[in-house]
Design a protein around this ligand. Structure first.
Ligand SMILES: NC(=O)c1ccc[n+]([C@@H]2O[C@H](COP(=O)([O-])OP(=O)(O)OC[C@H]3O[C@@H](n4cnc5c(N)ncnc54)[C@H](OP(=O)(O)O)[C@@H]3O)[C@@H](O)[C@H]2O)c1
Length: 200
């Protein structure tokens, strides 16, 4: 995130916040996980492929998209041939995708604990890197499903907007906030890497 706590531009455009050192760190982090997860908001805004270029279909981490209402376009990069993809949607969402697996869980909201259980027990996916965006990260915190929170704070202030309809995305409503303790802090290029663990 930026030094003023933002993860994208006001209009949701992607902003380069990471230093080169942090990009390398993030790539190495992806290698350590069974799966990489994002919300559909990130797919629609950024169209990420969520793969490591030197790995192939069998060696890349699985990609998971939380998409309750079936908004992921068929030509999204996250559905390409570079890695397996699991789409997660609501029970009554009838949308189909050309992907490895579709999990349907929950009536109004995706039932995250049920999804994680199914991923672990039926697909052997036991650790997941949640890359964003903000709403998805908030869901994981609210359900108490975060083991470790790592954030790179880059040397950049994105700022707000004085447009009549200001910034889209007002962060997330955390009832009373989430208490965490700092595990480590280090300078990484033109920024700082902070690692926290939630206080339970
Ligand atoms: N700086 C970074 O490292 C970074 C990383 C990733 C993304 N981003 C930025 O983040 C922005 C997108 O963030 P965002 O918060 O708008 O979107 P998001 O978190 O990517 O996706 C949010 C959407 O995912 C669905 N969702 C997520 N968790 C759910 C749950 N437990 N139950 C039901 N639905 C769930 C909902 O879809 P519906 O709306 O269909 O209900 C929700 O609106 C983009 O601008 C992107 O550039 C930045």
């Amino acid at each position: 995130m930026s030094a003023d706590g933002k993860i994208a531009g006001c209009d949701r455009t992607q902003v380069t916040i990471s230093s080169e050192e942090d990009k390398t760190r993030a790539k190495n982090l992806r290698r350590k996980y069974d799966a990489i997860l994002v919300g559909v908001g990130t797919v629609v805004a950024d169209d990420p492929h969520l793969t490591l270029k030197d790995l192939d279909y069998d060696t890349n981490p699985v990609r998971i998209v939380l998409d309750p209402h079936g908004r992921t376009p068929d030509d999204a990069q996250v559905l390409d041939e570079r890695a397996p993809t699991i789409m997660v949607t609501l029970e009554d969402c009838e949308r189909e995708w050309d992907c490895e697996e579709t999990i349907r869980a929950g009536k109004d909201e995706i039932d995250l604990p049920a999804v994680l259980e199914e991923l672990a027990e039926e697909m052997g996916i036991e650790n997941i890197l949640v890359e964003g965006g903000g709403r998805t990260i908030a869901h994981f915190f609210k359900e108490g499903l975060v083991d470790r929170y790592t954030v790179f704070v880059g040397g950049l202030i994105i700022g707000g907007s004085d447009a009549p309809t200001p910034c889209d995305g007002d962060g997330w409503v955390a009832d009373g906030g989430v208490r965490m303790h700092l595990v480590s802090a280090e300078v990484l290029g033109n920024g700082a890497l902070l690692t926290f663990e939630p206080t339970r």
